[in-house]
Write a protein that binds this ligand. Structure first.
Ligand code: PHE
Length: 446
């Protein structure tokens, strides 16, 4: 498969790392992590999550970037060529692409909601919203098909525009989005901490109480480690395929994992002080980010500005993730059909946009799609099945299929002493843990 490498390579390691951090930091950090940590009782869950990130997430993210750099091709051809055309490994490639395609189709819908909430916050429309009517405001909005399609279209258009510009476009976008995101997180966390204090939140997050730990929490922590680090979708693989030999995968992995975890913890420190301070129950559903929070921002000084800033931040985080979901699909289409990047981008984005409309219309606007619960079902399929299976495939492929001497070469001189531990983790520990998660899904009661 021919590839014009000249305009594909990252300009430096920083651009690459920022793009990967951008991919990793998304709705998973800002919406899901605070919410599942809250549900699972805090400290003990955070502890298990950190272990899962270190022993499953980090080794597999390194593995995925490594496979990408060794193959230097699109996701499918990489698995095909590195495995010498074995069916099962080609299937892993196909599954990663399927996951990226499917996740992007509905992620873009949810990401679009942040645009509406940004607009409503900045225009002051939320200044009188109450906990009682926040659910109906949200419900009415997601039921309105034309706005659902509108915002989904805007999000896909921006994503496609950036990806169309290639790695340069992605680098430019993340170099603007990531620092802004960091700044907004700091401002919002400071405002909410200075109003309500931080003590209770820190206790909740970091007091390790073993009695609160359940088997379910352990499984959820492992599953979330994959999602939040974007492994199993081919995003890290394709970003790794544009990487030069001199960049340390180990260092990049530690940076990505470290920053992703930091943002997840900071997201808790933005929300928990308000949640504990106002003693409001979190609405236990995926709409929490839009219902409970839109009300809570009103309790802060400059509430509508802080609210707008918050939804902008979520939009930035989501955008740098959607870019990394479109890229593996575009490079596949481009290389397999041997067409230009612009055509590949337009074609891929269009097909994903069409698919996404089924999710956009499944929240009450079109009965058929609503009955099918398209968005929820696709999310269940990807998060619980294709994602862990893709992660398992990547761990086994890097542990058992790739040639040991070739793998050793991917570690720089100063990292050689860590090679053995990494290899052990991807060969044995990660696959076993993932199999436990999948086994629980098949045989477990929850
Ligand atoms: N890591 C992203 C999040 O936490 C989700 C994602 C997965 C993005 C795979 C890109 C690729 O929201």
């Amino acid at each position: 498969m021919s590839r014009n490498l000249e305009n594909r390579k990252w300009s430096n390691s920083i651009g690459f790392i920022l793009a990967c951090v951008g991919s990793a930091v998304g709705l998973g950090n800002i919406w899901k992590f605070p919410y599942i940590t809250y549900e699972n009782g805090g400290g003990a869950f955070v502890f298990v999550y950190l272990i899962a990130i270190a022993f499953v997430g980090l080794p597999i993210i390194i593995a995925e970037m490594m496979i990408g750099r060794m193959g230097s091709e699109n996701v499918y051809s990489t698995f095909k060529d590195l495995s010498k055309n074995k069916f099962i490994w080609k299937l892993v490639g196909v599954m990663c692409l399927f996951s990226a395609f499917t996740l992007l189709s509905y992620y873009s819908v949810v990401a679009g909601w942040t645009l509406e909430y940004f607009y409503k916050s900045i225009s002051g429309a939320f200044s009188s919203i109450t906990i009682e009517n926040s659910n109906s405001v949200f419900g009415e909005f997601v039921k309105d098909g034309k706005w659902q399609v509108f915002y989904h279209s805007i999000f896909m258009l921006i994503t496609a525009f950036i990806v169309y510009k290639g790695t340069k476009g992605i680098e430019t976008a993340v170099k603007v989005l990531m620092p802004l995101l960091g700044l907004f997180v700091l401002i919002i966390a400071s405002v909410s901490i200075s109003k309500y204090g931080i003590g209770h939140s820190l206790d909740f997050l970091f007091t390790f109480d073993l009695s609160k730990l359940t088997g379910h929490a352990v499984l959820e922590a492992v599953g979330h480690a994959f999602f939040t680090l974007s492994v199993g979708f081919g995003s890290m693989l394709i970003y790794g395929s544009y990487l030069s030999k001199e960049t340390s995968l180990m260092k990049a992995g530690v940076w990505i994992v470290g920053l992703d975890t930091l943002i997840a913890v900071m997201a808790c420190l933005m929300m928990y002080p308000i949640i504990f301070g106002t003693q409001m129950e979190l609405s236990k559903s995926s709409s929490m980010l839009f219902t409970t929070l839109s009300v809570q921002f009103n309790s802060l000084p400059g509430g509508s500005v802080i609210g707008a800033m918050f939804y902008a931040l979520v939009a930035f985080a989501a955008l740098s993730s959607t870019i990394s979901l479109l890229e593996p699909v575009v490079s596949f289409v481009e290389e397999i059909f041997n067409i230009s990047r612009s055509r590949a981008t337009i074609f891929s984005a269009l097909v994903i946009w069409i698919a996404g409309n089924f999710s956009a219309l499944s929240n009450g606007s079109v009965q058929f799609f609503t009955d099918l619960k398209v968005l929820d079902r696709l999310d269940f399929l990807v998060s619980n099945w294709t994602l862990p299976l893709g992660g398992l495939g990547i761990a086994l492929f890097s542990g058992w299929v790739l040639d040991r001497s070739e793998k050793v070469k991917q570690f720089l001189d100063f990292e050689q002493k860590l090679f053995g531990s990494w290899d052990f983790l991807v060969k044995y520990i990660s696959p076993v843990l993932i199999l436990v998660v999948i086994g629980n899904l098949i045989f477990g009661s929850n």
